[in-house]
Design a protein around this ligand. Structure first.
Ligand SMILES: [Zn+2]
Length: 160
């Protein structure tokens, strides 16, 4: 419903999910995969914020309108785990999530995704430039987040 994906669209997020390890979806950027959800580091980030993590359903669903509720629990568990990992690794004072639908909502990849972003006091996030995040740096930061999640898995990936 209300779809904007062009015909024969080659989805970059599905490449992450399949772990294709393409130039635009390097496997080293993947932070975690569990259940119906995958988290990876976006190829861009806000200039003074260490990472921007994207959480996606493991099936190609364009937007919120099309997303079946059966994905909700796994997307939430992943988003929560990423938020706690951002706190643990970067010591951020807060975390923001954002999710965009349709061009008017600034959606530009046609696969539902939630941005999970570390926040700092007075960071003026939305005034920052969105800049390229080189593959090697992304791999380094993703490894830090993977290690934190592996160490804390019993606490952050399960419900109390
Ligand atoms: Zn996709």
């Amino acid at each position: 419903m209300y779809n904007h994906e062009p015909t024969e669209y080659r989805c970059p997020f599905c490449e992450y999910i399949r772990r294709d390890d393409t130039p635009r979806a390097p496997v080293g950027s993947i932070v975690h995969q569990a259940g119906l959800a995958t988290a990876f580091l976006a190829k861009s980030r806000f200039s003074r914020i260490p990472v921007n993590v994207l959480v996606v359903p493991n099936d190609h669903v364009e937007n919120l309108y099309d997303l079946d509720a059966r994905y909700a629990a796994d997307l939430h568990r992943m988003t929560r785990a990423i938020a706690l990992a951002l706190k643990g690794v970067y010591g951020c004072d807060g975390v923001s999530t954002r999710q965009h639908n349709e061009p008017a909502g600034l959606q530009d990849v046609w696969h539902y995704h939630v941005h999970v972003t570390p926040r700092f006091p007075g960071d003026r996030l939305y005034a920052m430039q969105f800049t390229d995040f080189p593959k090697a740096e992304r791999a380094r930061e993703a490894a830090l987040l993977r290690a934190w999640i592996a160490d804390q898995a019993a606490h952050v990936l399960q419900d109390a």
